[in-house]
Design a protein around this ligand. Structure first.
Ligand code: C5P
Length: 217
């Protein structure tokens, strides 16, 4: 085997607390992140796994548990330079409450309004700051999937994007498109472990390509 690589994998949902008991989150199970970590371990490489709260975490990884998007961002930045390949399968909340209420909000009038602030785009930061690293994102959409994925690939400066539909959440099976700037590969209704293997192989291929170009320039 060639050099042992280090993968930084971001996974699971983030929780954005409104007050000590209420939060904004999503349905991400972290199953794809788990499958990715297992696929990397099978190949003998290292994983730094930054994960939101889920039911099952991978073994054989450097596990960093986080709750919010801001925490995930801090941990991703702190580990960025150690990684050869960065993959975000995390369902990062786009917004967080503008103000965390120290005490539980009491029921009062017929409606209340919640101010929200945009969270940093973690994988975009990784894409914009990469140095001979491979950066991979996911795109989950309910419509215009391929069009949106293509835009994200470019805007976030990614090497690869995995596009999938809403039905992927929580399931062991999914259908995806693996998209780089030149081609699209469709994988239909396969187990997430199988898909994870394909994604990891593809990231290693891109990484070796970058090294090859670098060596010959
Ligand atoms: O822009 P959108 O959220 O659809 O992009 C999805 C991709 O970006 C996923 O890989 C997700 O993990 C990542 N992302 C992120 N930080 C955010 C939002 C999304 O890293 N704040």
């Amino acid at each position: 085997m060639s050099k042992k690589l280090t993968f930084l994998i971001l996974s699971g949902p983030t929780k954005e607390y409104i007050d000590p008991v209420k939060y904004i989150s999503n349905e991400s199970s972290g199953k794809m992140g788990l499958a990715l970590a297992r696929a990397v371990f099978k190949k003998g490489h290292n994983v730094i796994f930054v994960s939101g709260q889920v039911l099952k975490y991978p073994k054989n990884v450097n596990l960093i548990k986080v709750v919010s998007a801001l925490e995930m961002f801090t941990k991703a930045k702190a580990n960025l330079k150690k990684a050869d390949i960065i993959i975000s399968a995390a369902a990062v909340a786009d917004y967080r409450p503008a103000k965390f209420q120290k005490y539980k909000i009491k029921k009062a009038g017929s409606s209340i309004y919640l101010g929200l602030k945009k969270n940093p785009d973690i994988i975009k930061y990784c894409g914009k700051n990469k140095f001979n690293q491979v950066v991979v994102g996911f795109a989950l959409e309910t419509y215009d999937l391929l069009k949106s994925a293509k835009i994200k690939l470019k805007n976030k400066n990614l090497d690869l994007i995995v596009a999938n539909g809403r039905e992927s959440f929580g399931s062991d099976f999914t259908s995806v498109y693996l998209m780089n700037s030149e081609e699209i590969l469709q994988i239909d209704n396969k187990n997430k472990n199988f898909i994870a293997g394909k994604i990891i192989n593809e990231t290693i291929r891109i990484f070796e390509n970058i090294k090859h170009v670098q060596k010959n320039s």
